[in-house]
Design a protein around this ligand. Structure first.
Ligand code: URA
Length: 229
């Protein structure tokens, strides 16, 4: 629930719980709920598959993203594309967004107030996409789901919370600034790829079992079985 004037003139509590993807993108694009609206060129809702199994969540748009209205299109984004390739996917297979949808001036860190007002947008995106795993890129994204966690301790791990899996990674921009992060990020992405492969094999096995013997009424729904992994 967001409380404020909306770009379409609606004033007061705005419930996002029934809004569809296009409606949500529209809300984000016209959002004026915090001061970032006054300095941005374009808001950056996110891009990719709306049925993605893997959702990447970064920090906030930078210069190029602000210009183009798309996430991760600068140098960090090029590295992210290569990393996504490591797990056998491409940009169109995953969904990419940020914890704040508008560029903080001079790429400063997002402020708590900005993170808070933008959060319902992210929550609704997650709800609509319902990804199998969320990859947090950097400490602000990690802190959104695991407040107090230290990225250097948890990076590369896959944990579940509230029925969803989370993989914490360093922000790809870290590799541009310090070479030592490059290999760490690559290793973490490979680990995620292995985890996804195991799950894909399990999924294929279950699908085959259902094909071979479709008449098992007491069999838990496939997604319930998968939730066990
Ligand atoms: N860094 C981010 O966190 N997000 C982007 O979209 C680009 C750079």
């Amino acid at each position: 629930m967001l409380d404020s004037a909306q770009p379409d003139g609606a004033v007061g509590p705005v419930d996002l719980s029934n809004i569809d993807f296009d409606g949500l993108d529209g809300r984000i694009s016209g959002c004026r709920l915090c001061q970032l609206a006054t300095t941005r060129t374009r808001a950056v809702p996110g891009s990719g598959s709306r049925t993605a199994e893997v959702m990447f969540i970064g920090e906030g748009p930078g210069f190029h993203e602000d210009q183009q209205g798309k996430p991760f299109v600068g140098r960090a984004g090029q590295f992210l594309d290569q990393l996504i390739g490591l797990i056998g996917l491409n940009r169109g297979d995953v969904y990419i967004t940020n914890v704040v949808k508008c560029r903080p001036p001079n790429n400063r860190d997002p402020l708590p107030h900005e993170l808070a007002v933008c959060r319902p947008y992210l929550d609704r995106q997650i709800e609509l996409i319902d990804p199998r795993v969320i990859v947090t890129l950097g400490r602000y994204s990690l802190g959104t789901f695991f407040p107090g966690d230290v990225i250097s301790r948890v990076h590369g791990t896959i944990r579940s919370k509230d029925g969803r899996h989370f993989c914490a990674m360093f922000h790809p921009a870290a590799a541009l600034h310090q070479e030592r992060y490059r290999q760490l990020i690559i290793d973490d992405m490979k680990r995620l790829g292995e985890w996804l492969d195991v799950r894909a094999q399990e999924q294929a096995k279950l699908a085959l079992e259902v094909l071979v013997d479709p008449s098992t009424p007491d069999r838990p729904h496939q997604s319930e079985q998968l939730a066990l992994f």
